[in-house]
Design a protein around this ligand. Structure first.
Ligand SMILES: Nc1ncnc2c1ncn2[C@@H]1O[C@H](COP(=O)(O)OP(=O)(O)OP(=O)(O)O)[C@@H](O)[C@H]1O
Ligand SMILES: CC(C)(CO)[C@@H](O)C(=O)NCCC(=O)O
Length: 382
């Protein structure tokens, strides 16, 4: 710190002790690494060292942070006019593939990151997996936090602080012409279920601000959709897989109730509409059907299979936990309105309107946000 200048890092107007800048939270997941960065707008009050560090980081941000080649700053998710640790500024949301973590570590080394930050807070499996690499290659200490604690803390923080309304639901999700996204007031959320669809799926039952349990999970998640899609269609990216699925018809691949019954299954005891899936991929045993199925149809069927399976597990867990609101998050839902509408429709249909599927704008960033909140708390222990 420059001589004679006050240590703004550690002084917050609320009397709390803040940790040193820069303020980051990082969630190193099985597929994607998510980073939330708080950029203070009161740079003029910063001391020289802090101002230099923040200017360097701002330079990366304005160049779209290309860690490796595929780092992305989700600019449309930026949250301005936030107050954190008594300082006002903006929250930036950045992601890159975890497979590029080594390039990120190389970049941190090349840019002399330890000069800017002595330690970073990290969550997700990668906080454990890459801990030694950060320590030995860049001389950076990782403060590790549990990914599910961070997820819940992040959801609550962003929902309370996003003045553009974080939470929404789909009205008329079964009708492509009438389906609309509607705001949902999530101020009194408890109890609710969180279904976090990342590479795999974790399901949490949340009873209070920090009161939750991981009650279920499934390995058939976003990673399964992407992996199977790459295998079946030759596509290379999630965006490509979703584009293919958008143009596809899953009924050319799946066997529906009507393919078996010729119509609805309508007995005195059982009522199953003819257009629901009886057997996912059930038509692909026949050569002729395989030859007629396009990559688009296969992508759509993969998306529908994975989504319906998650919806069905979520619904059973919601019944067992006696909750009516189910919040779906995770990057599987990125640019993926097909799955959101399917989940919304299925939750409503199979629960006879008793359950509601909810979604959050910052879908995959809550773990990283919660991690940043944990970092702020660290300041008080420093
Ligand atoms: N650009 C992208 N690249 C790769 N996967 C993407 C992309 N955008 C969305 N996805 C989807 O998001 C999933 C990863 O979601 P998320 O980042 O929430 O999980 P994760 O933290 O990597 O996984 P986990 O929590 O299981 O460790 C992928 O499996 C894929 O389905
Ligand atoms: C292993 C984690 C928690 C990593 O985020 C996630 O990928 C997950 O919940 N997978 C599903 C594991 C299961 O319950 O079958």
């Amino acid at each position: 710190m420059a001589k004679g200048k006050p240590d703004y890092d550690n002084l917050s107007p609320t009397g709390h002790r803040n940790p040193p800048m820069p303020w980051f939270g990082m969630d190193i997941g099985g597929t994607l690494t998510k980073l939330v960065y708080f950029e203070p707008c009161d740079l003029e009050t910063a001391n020289e060292e802090e101002a230099e560090a923040l200017t360097t980081i701002r330079k990366y941000l304005t160049r779209n942070i290309t860690y490796g080649q595929t780092g992305i700053r989700d600019a449309f998710l930026e949250m301005q006019k936030q107050t954190i640790g008594g300082r006002s500024g903006s929250l930036h949301f950045i992601r890159f593939p975890t497979s590029e973590m080594n390039s990120f570590i190389e970049l941190a080394k090349a840019k002399n990151f330890p000069h800017l930050a002595k330690s970073i807070c990290a969550t997700g499996g990668g906080a454990y997996k890459f801990e030694d690499d950060f320590k030995h290659q860049v001389n950076l200490e990782l403060h590790k936090f549990d990914e599910l604690d961070c997820l819940i803390e992040g959801i609550h923080f962003i929902d309370r602080n996003n003045d553009k309304c974080e939470c929404y639901y789909w009205k008329n999700p079964g009708d492509s012409k009438l389906a609309t996204k509607e705001k949902f007031d999530f101020r009194n959320p408890y109890p609710y279920l969180v279904v976090n669809i990342g590479s795999g799926v974790s399901i949490l039952s949340v009873r209070g601000p920090a009161e939750f349990q991981r009650v279920s999970g499934t390995s058939l998640g976003g990673g399964t959709f992407l992996g199977l899609c790459c295998l079946l269609t030759g596509c290379e990216t999630f965006e490509e897989a979703i584009t293919l699925a958008t143009d596809g018809d899953s009924t050319k691949v799946d066997k529906l109730v009507r393919d078996i019954y010729g119509g609805d299954y309508n007995s005195s005891k059982i009522k199953l509409p003819g257009d629901i899936v009886a057997s996912s991929f059930g038509q692909m045993n026949l050569k002729e059907r395989r030859e007629n199925a396009t990559p688009q149809d296969l992508a759509r069927a993969t998306l529908v299979t994975i989504t319906n399976n998650i919806g069905s597990i979520a619904r059973m867990v919601a019944v067992r936990e006696k909750v009516e609101r189910v919040v779906f998050v995770g990057n599987f839902l990125r640019v993926n309105t097909i799955s959101m509408k399917l989940l919304a429709y299925a939750m409503d249909f199979w629960s006879q309107g008793a359950m509601k599927a909810l979604f959050l704008e910052h879908e995959g960033y809550f773990g990283a946000m919660g991690c940043l909140m944990e970092y702020m708390k660290l300041g008080q222990k420093m």
